[in-house]
Design a protein around this ligand. Structure first.
Ligand SMILES: Cc1cc2nc3c(=O)[nH]c(=O)nc-3n(C[C@H](O)[C@H](O)[C@H](O)COP(=O)(O)OP(=O)(O)OC[C@H]3O[C@@H](n4cnc5c(N)ncnc54)[C@H](O)[C@@H]3O)c2cc1C
Length: 492
């Protein structure tokens, strides 16, 4: 039996695992990803990448290229003319990117391997143990049942990024409480000549069914490809039952209320949707990220987005602790990300339930209230900010500046976009507009062009401290998060 050692071991090369692997490798850590499938999952599930995730991708140099090959949407068209307008988002990305998940997965895998992560495919994890010093994982080559061919991997930390049916979760007996919320949902790629007129993400529903269309792009035959999602209350079948093309087309056209000019139905699949979340995102030296930690209805396009942001939150903390920071900071991963996961479950569940509402009076009320509510700027911006992740903030301690826990992405800087500066990992000190550089060793610095306070920005783009730069507070915050002390600030 061969044994390998590394610093961080990851199970699962989906978007969450690949983001984490790339970030850790970029920070100089030895990281190995074990993935069961020999190539990237071709069943492209996610179609919408939201503004906050685009910012995260930009901080890894991936957003521009992905956007150059993707469609975008400026709104989500809901029921009865209600529309979630994304054009007022407080972000450089005032839209959603619509592209098959495989494209995002491929970009993240290129990022992870370019940074030096060791991504091993065709390897399935079958055993996990941990002790005070580290974790030990047993793997086999996929489908090789000969136990003498097993490989042992040792690492300081293990991250379970192995999806909704997480093997690591089962091996460690970690519960995944929740329930099935919608069954017999059909996903398909459809080529239409008469798709939704304004081209964005579009939802249509009757009392008995719903249809959803996400535009992927034009086709030389004169139509456009869409990812469709359909559901029919009267046609509930197990996931294993085949899907017929007529089932897709008839539900879609009834839900949208008009003929769609279907030229072709491509890949399709039936699935069911669950709402579940692990109670603790950490079990000793093992962390749960992405779908291994939370699953929910695909309404609102949240799963991949949330998983990528889980990874961005955890990676720099593991790096800091491996670099000498107090291991207690790892607790902040659960403290910060679990409430976000719970909110995503609630939000996507609420959206799903409002789409499949059955009683006529409730639908009537929904159709009256939703368009009016979403036309009010403060409601529109609160909901759009929450769905796209731009309004997300982490809790701050009592007495901390109100900006602590918010993202710094939109702060105007002399040096350019924050997300460009963050392609170099580590904390960043943003000085006030009139403040000369400080002599503080290796800590990166930038200068803001507006009148705001100095900021200490975490590697994931959130503000760790705010105040005047000649205050000692930022040095205390830096020491708390990283264990490193910066020199006394001196103006040059
Ligand atoms: C219909 C549908 C539509 C969706 N639309 C959206 C959307 O628009 N936007 C959005 O954000 N999200 C969407 N999602 C959710 C999104 O697809 C998932 O949240 C996302 O793929 C989760 O990423 P992950 O990295 O956590 O896990 P996964 O992508 O599931 O990756 C886990 C990996 O772990 C591997 N693995 C598992 N067990 C082992 C083992 N024992 N050994 C080795 N490897 C293992 C698997 O092979 C897999 O590659 C949608 C989902 C569905 C079903």
């Amino acid at each position: 039996m061969s044994t390998y050692e590394t610093e961080v071991l990851l199970v699962g090369a989906g978007p969450a695992g690949l983001t984490l692997a790339g970030d850790l490798a970029r920070a100089g850590r030895r990281v190995t990803v074990l993935e069961r499938w020999p190539s990237i999952n071709p069943s492209s599930r996610a179609f919408a990448t939201m503004a906050r995730t685009l910012e995260v991708l930009d901080a890894r140099g991936l957003a521009e290229d992905l956007l150059a090959h993707s469609a975008t949407t400026q709104a989500v068209n809901l029921f009865a003319g209600a529309k979630l307008d994304l054009t007022h988002l407080h972000s450089r990305y005032r839209f959603g990117m619509v592209t098959p998940q495989t494209n995002v997965d491929q970009a993240l895998e290129r990022y992870a391997t370019a940074q030096g992560a060791d991504v091993r495919r065709g390897i399935e994890v079958v055993g996990v143990t941990q002790d005070g010093d580290g974790v030990e994982v047993t793997s086999r080559t996929k489908d090789d049942d000969d136990s003498s061919h097993r490989t042992i991997w040792r690492a300081t930390y293990l991250v379970a990024a192995d999806g909704a049916h997480s093997t690591v979760r089962s091996l460690l007996n970690v519960g995944f409480p929740g329930k099935t919320v919608l069954s017999s949902v059909v996903l398909a790629d459809v080529l239409l000549t008469d798709g939704p007129r304004d081209g964005g993400l579009t939802l249509g529903s009757t009392r008995e069914e719903f249809g959803f269309l996400a535009p992927y792009g034009r086709d030389e035959r004169g139509g456009a490809w869409y990812r469709s999602m359909t559901w029919d209350r009267r046609h509930q079948l197990p996931d294993t039952e085949p899907v017929s093309e007529s089932e897709i087309v008839s539900v879609l056209e009834r839900a949208m209320g008009h003929e769609l000019g279907v030229l072709e139905v491509g890949w399709h699949s039936r699935f069911h949707s669950e709402e579940r979340q692990v109670r603790q995102y950490r079990r000793g030296r093992v962390f749960f990220v992405g779908d291994a930690a939370h699953v929910h209805s695909p309404m609102g396009g949240q799963g991949m987005n949330t998983g990528i942001q889980d990874a961005a939150n955890l990676a720099w903390k593991i790096d800091a602790v491996l670099g000498g920071a107090n291991a207690e900071i790892l607790e902040s991963y659960h403290a910060e990300r679990h409430p976000i996961g719970r909110r995503v479950l609630r939000q996507s569940g609420l959206m799903m339930r409002s789409v499949v509402l059955h009683p006529r009076p409730a639908r009537w009320l929904r159709d009256r209230i939703a368009p009016r509510a979403l036309a009010r700027p403060w409601i529109r911006d609160a909901i759009a900010g929450s769905f796209t992740g731009t309004a997300l903030r982490y809790a701050r301690a009592r007495g901390e500046h109100p900006l602590v826990g918010t993202r710094a992405t939109e702060v105007p800087l002399v040096e350019g976009r924050l997300t460009e500066l963050q392609r170099r990992p580590g904390f960043l000190l943003v000085r006030e507009r009139d403040r000369a550089p400080l002599i503080i060793g290796a800590l990166a610095q930038a200068r803001r062009t507006d009148d705001g306070p100095a900021l200490l920005v975490r590697p994931d783009g959130y503000i760790a401290w705010a105040g005047p730069s000649d205050d000692d507070g930022w040095r205390a915050a830096l020491a708390r998060w990283t264990g490193t002390k910066a020199h006394q600030p001196t103006a040059t």
